[in-house]
Every structure is written in structure tokens, then in C-alpha cells.
Design a protein. Sequence first.
Length: 113
Amino acid sequence: MTHYKEWQDLKLEIDDKNPYSARFVYENGDCFYVEPVFYLQLEGFRQRYPEKMEDIIKEMERLVKKNHLIVFEGDEENEITHVENAIYLTIQDVCNPLQIFVEDKSRGSDYGD
């Protein structure tokens, strides 16, 4: 499993029902899952905006403490983590309110329209 230095102070648990996602637990029981694609996107933000990473991680923590159970998903149409009563958030859900944007270059071409 990937080494997640951002959350090395939290307890990392294995969820047999969601083997591809890391599950992190705070001492008070609040927890969150990180899907691999979300983490890849987060790494992209780290490369593009290294000075904003602390703000992004703090916002993720704030959201978890507010909602108690979050899945940080890579793609809202193809999530791989299934957790009852969880809030599902994408990287855009975390970063857009912070005014940190990255253009999505994966959309289809406009040529031929």
C-alpha cells in the first residue's frame, strides 16, 4: 500500500470490504478513506501548488471533523469505495472552495463541433 506521509500520525486501518482504499482514523473515531485516484490527483496538486498543500490537507481534516465519515473519491461516477452513510468528495470538492483550481484536460476534444 502507498505510504501516505500526510496522515502518518493517524491510524491506518485495512477495510476488507474496500481493499483498494486507505482508511484513516482519528482518535475520536472520525475517519476517512482515500481512493488511489484521489491520492494521485492530490499528488498532482502537490507538484503544481506545493505552497498550497498544507491548506488542502487542513481543509480535508476540517471536512472529516465536520462530517465524521468521508470517502475522498477519485471519480464520482466510478467510485471504488462503498461505505454506508459516508459523504463522498472529489479533489474539486476540497480544492475549489479554497480557490485552488486545476484545469481538467481529460475532457473530449472540441474539434469537429
